[in-house]
Design a protein around this ligand. Structure first.
Ligand SMILES: *Cc1c(COP(=O)(O)O)cnc(C)c1O
Length: 399
């Protein structure tokens, strides 16, 4: 009998009851705006910022309206101006080059390795051509952060980290987002915390975070930030920073705080699922797993593998066969962008030279969501289906 999977690849876990109660409380009192506080009240947003700063070990934190907003705010804080080249990963998702282009700046893409991280040799070669690197830890794969920071420091590159897929991941025990000048996170439904939409920025730099706070629409109420910098940092910047409103509200922060408290459990649950899939696929002919360096703790909230040398028709046959058995795969090699998946050469606003190494890797790159609503048994079943279909197509490949 051919096994069939019937779970949903887009169904996330429900919001915890405690978070629902906290959200209800905010709605009952009606003070949803972060600066609308009763006497003596800190507000959910300011408390979330304090708690997230503690979680990452950062001095300062700012909560904002989305992950994409966080990226734009961070780039504005470091002074990216129209026309500036900004280095970034060729393998990433649309909000990353979008944040650069929205400032009138110009994304300059860096090649990708087989481990799905930024190619550090290519970065070293291009480092002199820009002042800022927007580093995307795409799909949770963390590059050698020691070497990356060496390259950046040597070239005077300011690093802004896109941690949309690495909240809770570490490199040698240091949280992702804590190597660069600013770290940016998303709390959109498909990320590691779920408030529908939302974002967080962390930094140890008082002037950078002051600019981000003022820019997010603090007016002259920045003293209400509990995870903000000393007041003199605001004083220096407050008449220079344009307001680009993108604050988080107390309702979303109320939903996030109980989730943040449980985040370590969630991360462990993702990794158990990822490990089950990986174990079930190891040794499959034709299929290459993506290995991670021992210094990195990755969060397996999605799963990738490579089919090196497969033709487009062979990949399409696999996608169709797996879909027929209930396993939804995404392919980064498709000619046209689909759903959330697109590629650097699709983004017409961000012209790039061809990147042959990235092209070769993306042509055989398969991507899968791994929601926590899947059980370990589900992951075992998905692995058996993938293994059977990859083995079958690989056996029939013309060589
Ligand atoms: C989701 C995502 C973002 C931004 O997130 P939003 O909160 O949806 O704006 C940034 N980078 C990557 C790689 C993402 O997947």
């Amino acid at each position: 009998m051919t096994e069939q999977f019937d779970g949903s690849f887009t169904q996330q876990e429900p919001i915890p009851e405690e978070a629902i109660a906290a959200a209800t409380e905010v709605m009952r009192h009606g003070r949803l705006h972060r600066y609308n506080l009763a006497a003596g009240e800190a507000g959910e947003t300011a408390l979330l910022e304090q708690e997230f700063a503690a979680f990452t070990g950062a001095r300062y934190c700012l909560a904002v309206a989305s992950g994409g907003y966080a990226l734009g705010a961070a780039l504005r804080a470091v002074g990216v101006a129209p026309g500036d080249p900004v280095l970034t990963n060729a393998f990433t998702l649309a909000p990353v080059p979008g944040a650069i282009a929205a400032l009138g700046a110009r994304p300059v893409f860096v090649e990708t390795t087989e481990d799905l991280v930024i190619d550090l040799d290519d970065l070293a070669a291009r480092a002199g051509a820009a002042r800022v690197l927007l580093l995307s830890h795409m799909r949770g794969h963390v590059c050698d952060m020691d070497r990356l920071m060496e390259i950046a420091d040597a070239a005077g590159l300011i690093v802004v980290e896109d941690c949309a897929h690495t909240m809770g991941a570490t490199w040698r025990g240091v949280q992702s987002g804590r190597h660069g000048a600013l770290g940016c996170y998303s709390t959109q439904t498909y990320k590691h915390l779920n408030s529908g939409e939302g974002g967080l920025i962390v930094s140890d730099d008082a002037d950078l975070i002051a600019r981000a706070v003022l820019g997010s629409g603090s007016y002259m109420l920045y003293e209400r930030h509990l995870a903000g910098p000393p007041l003199d940092a605001y004083e220096r910047a407050k008449l220079d920073v344009p307001n680009v409103s993108g604050r988080m509200d107390n309702l979303r922060a109320a939903i996030l705080r109980p989730q943040l408290a449980r985040l370590p459990e969630k991360l462990a649950a993702w990794n158990a699922r990822h490990d089950t899939l990986e174990a079930g696929l190891r040794g499959t002919p034709g299929l290459r797993l993506v290995e991670r360096p021992s210094e990195a703790v990755r969060i397996g909230s999605s799963f990738q593998f490579l089919l090196p040398g497969w033709s487009g028709d062979e990949v399409r046959a696999l996608l169709a066969a797996c879909a027929a058995r209930g396993v939804e795969l995404k392919w980064f090699g498709a000619a046209e962008p689909a759903a959330f998946t697109s590629r650097y050469d699709h983004w017409r606003y961000a012209e790039s030279d061809p990147l042959p190494r990235t092209d070769r890797i993306l042509a055989g790159l398969i991507d899968m969501r791994l929601p926590l609503t899947f059980s370990l048994e589900d992951c075992g079943l998905i692995a058996r289906i993938l293994r059977a279909e990859v083995t079958r197509i690989e056996a029939g490949r013309s060589r």
